[in-house]
Each structure stands twice: as C-alpha cells, then as structure tokens.
Design a protein around this ligand. Structure first.
Ligand SMILES: Nc1nc2c(c(=O)[nH]1)N[C@H]1C(S)=C(S)[C@@H](COP(=O)(O)O)O[C@H]1N2
Ligand SMILES: [Mo]
Length: 400
C-alpha cells in the first residue's frame, strides 16, 4: 500500500523532528501540535499525522479544525476515526479479495467475495463522512460521549460497486422489505448478548439507490481504521450508517433489533430515556463552519483576510454560504472555491474581508437546494446529535 510507505516515511521524519524538539524543550512540542499530555495514536491508526489529530480515546480520533485545508478532499492520515468496538484483527486485510459479504432479502440471496463484487459494477462517489455526534462538544449540558467540535467529519472519495447493481444481479429486493440493514464484521466480546454490542444499522431501503459497497478510499484500498476491506457507504447519512468491514447486507421488513439501532442514535429529550419510538439519526442536515482564521492561530494581522471553511447539505447540494464577522448581525455571500464533487461532497467557501484591528465573531450559515438553512440554535437532545447551529460553530478572533 502506497499509503503505508509514504506515511511511514513521513512518520520517521516526524519522529526525528519530535526527538530534536524534545531536546529543545516542551514548548516546541506544543508548537508542533503535541499537548504535553496528548494520548498516543492507537496502533491501528498510528499512520495518522499526530499533530493533526486529537486523540480522545483509542476508538475516537478527531481532526483538528486547523488541519482542514482548502483542497476539498480530507487526506486519509488526517481523517477522524470512530469505533464503537475495537476494530477486527489486521489479518482481514491480508487477502482482501477473499473477504465474503452475504447479500440477503433479495430474490436470490448469495455470499460473494470481494473479487466477485469487483466484476459487478464500479462507481466513485465523493461524500461527507460525519459522525452523528459531531458538534456534541458545543452542547452546554455536557452529553455523555465524545465531545467532538467540528473534527468528526471529512470529505472522502469512495469507489466500489453500486448496491443497486448488486440487487439487480440478485433478482431485486424481496417484496415488503422497507430497510437496508448492514452488519459490521467485528469479533463480538464473549458472554454478552450479541444484539447489545453488534454494529448493525438499518436505513430506508431507498438509500440503496446511491449506496456503495466500497473497497477504495481516496485512491487507496480502505485501511482497517476506516473499514477495509469492504465498507457500506450511504451518501448523505450520518457516519454510523456507513458500516465498516461489512459482512452482511440485508433488505429487511423491520429495523434491526440491535441496541445501536433501537436505543443508540435516537433524538431523546434531555433527561429522557432513549428507545425505538424516538426519531433515529439518519440523514444529515445542512451545515458549515469556518476553518480559518482560528483563535488558536493567535492575533490576525489587520488588512485583507481570507475567511474560509466547508459547507455540505447531507442529501441535498449546498446552494450558498453567507459569512458574518459580527456574530450574525450582518451577513455577506461567500464564494465557492475549488471543484464541485457532487451533492454529497462538501464545498469550500471563502469570504475576502478587510479587517481593522478589533474583536470579531466569525460565523457561516449555509443553505441547501431544498431551501433549508442552518438554524441559529441547536436542537437540544440528550446525546448531543445533529448539531448544525451556526452560532455554536462561530469563532471569536482578535485582529491587531
Ligand atoms: N463496523 C463498524 N462500522 C462503523 C462503526 C463501528 O464501530 N463499527 N462506527 C460508525 C460510526 S459511529 C462512525 S461516525 C463512522 C466513522 O467512520 P471512520 O472511523 O471511518 O471515520 O463509522 C461507522 N461505522
Ligand atoms: Mo459516529
């Protein structure tokens, strides 16, 4: 894998730099982006760029806001990671083409190898992968779960076989199937009810129209961290619906009874109890945020400033983005930068501003093609899902 070679090389360079910096004192480490108490990257993701990642735990790695560039695609070694269970053994990547996925709930159910899938269709889709809890860190009631700010998201290009081609080749979806249910390939811990831990999610069966079983991510075979050798991609839906190391794809009459579906990812009132009757976190909503300038960059020099960020609409394309420098009192249309990779990708935007010395509150507010705009206020909910408040994502900066 070219990724391993290049990132190993970079890591060695980085390690050398870090060692040199260590001799020069801890202050320089912090400059490189290493907090003195920063946790190390877990082994399965040790090829990520440490200075660009916040390690919340072995299973939750966040991209730093300052690490998002302006070239649309989020590089693999900067992309966030979220695992509900430890990933499977790296052995599963030894012979990728031998990976088996079961297709069920179609007229002719089958077990297919990745090698066979590769003969059945090919499509490439750019898509924002975003955890349902991205922005949870802005909820004042401090929900349990990772306090992600903006960095549980990235724009990724996936290649694989369209699910609709697979379904067609197997005689079509069985009558009465309302859901597409994907099952993750993790080894489940012994002694527990499998339904209480398995990563299995159902989405509306219509989502198959744009869904992929993907084996390639940003030009490389999918890494273990991101669900290789095979991953379900459901464009426009939040992260958890994109099942890694998928071992079964089934069209089902009912939603899975897995706890991660029945109780996890439900919009629950604060203080309430989650359950299957509450709304499930599925499609993403219109959202944007500014990536530069940031308060952590220190004082900004007065004069011309390029205020830039990202905007995406979930299942709709982004139509426009407005930027405010006065905390939302006045708004100016931003312009898009760079290529449009389709409605599921994010767009970079920029507003050129001439800023005099002073204090500013920078905010962005996106609108999608269905007319939805980001709200000022988050929708309060127990677990801190779906935060797309423009106010929460605004930042205060000083210009000197
Ligand atoms: N099999 C499996 N798939 C999974 C998960 C998991 O724990 N196991 N986590 C989900 C969640 S909650 C998110 S946000 C995304 C994260 O994808 P990434 O780790 O590639 O960034 O994967 C989803 N798919
Ligand atoms: Mo997630």
């Amino acid at each position: 894998m070219s990724n391993t070679i290049s990132s190993n090389a970079r890591r060695h360079v980085l390690k050398g730099t870090v060692a040199a910096m260590a001799m020069a004192g801890l202050a320089s480490w912090t400059k490189l982006g290493f907090a003195a108490d920063a946790k190390p990257l877990p082994g399965y993701a040790d090829w990520k760029i440490p200075g660009d990642i916040i390690v919340h735990s072995n299973n939750t790695l966040e991209t730093k806001r300052s690490a998002y560039g302006t070239s649309v695609i989020t590089p693999n070694d900067q992309l966030f990671v979220r695992n509900n269970l430890p990933p499977p053994d790296a052995e599963i990547l030894k012979d990728r083409d031998a990976w088996v996925v079961e297709i069920d709930g179609v007229a002719k159910p089958a077990k297919l190898t990745l090698a066979e899938l590769k003969t059945m269709g090919l499509e490439t889709t750019a898509m924002v992968l975003q955890c349902s809890g991205n922005g949870r860190g802005f909820f004042p009631h401090k929900p349990s779960g990772t306090p992600w700010k903006v960095g549980a998201a990235g724009c990724v290009v996936w290649s694989g076989v369209p699910v609709r081609a697979l379904v067609q080749a197997h005689g079509g979806v069985k009558a009465g199937a309302k859901y597409m249910t994907g099952t993750g390939g993790e080894k489940l811990p012994d002694g527990l009810d499998p339904l209480s831990v398995i990563v299995e999610r159902s989405v509306s069966a219509d989502a198959m129209e744009d869904a992929l079983l993907a084996w390639e991510m940003n030009g490389e075979p999918i890494s273990l961290a991101h669900g290789g050798p095979l991953r379900l991609i459901v464009p426009g839906f939040t992260g958890v619906n994109n099942i890694k190391y998928i071992k079964r794809l089934a069209f089902t009459e009912q939603e899975t009874k897995a706890k991660i579906m029945s109780h996890g990812y439900r919009i629950t009132p604060i203080g309430g109890t989650s359950g299957p009757d509450l709304p499930s976190v599925q499609q993403m909503s219109i959202k944007s945020w500014i990536n530069a300038p940031l308060p952590e960059d220190g004082a900004i020099k007065a004069g011309r400033v390029q205020i830039h960020g990202v905007a995406f609409g979930g299942t709709h394309a982004v139509k426009g983005v407005e930027v405010s420098t006065d905390g939302g009192k006045t708004w100016t249309a931003a312009k898009f930068v760079g290529p449009d990779l389709g409605k599921y990708a994010w767009r970079q935007f920029v507003l050129e501003a001439d800023l005099k010395p002073g204090e500013y509150q920078l905010a962005s507010r996106a609108t999608d093609t269905s007319g939805e705009s980001q709200p000022e206020a988050r929708v309060e909910n127990k677990s801190g899902y779906n935060n797309n408040s423009w106010l929460d994502h605004s930042i205060k900066v000083s210009v000197a």
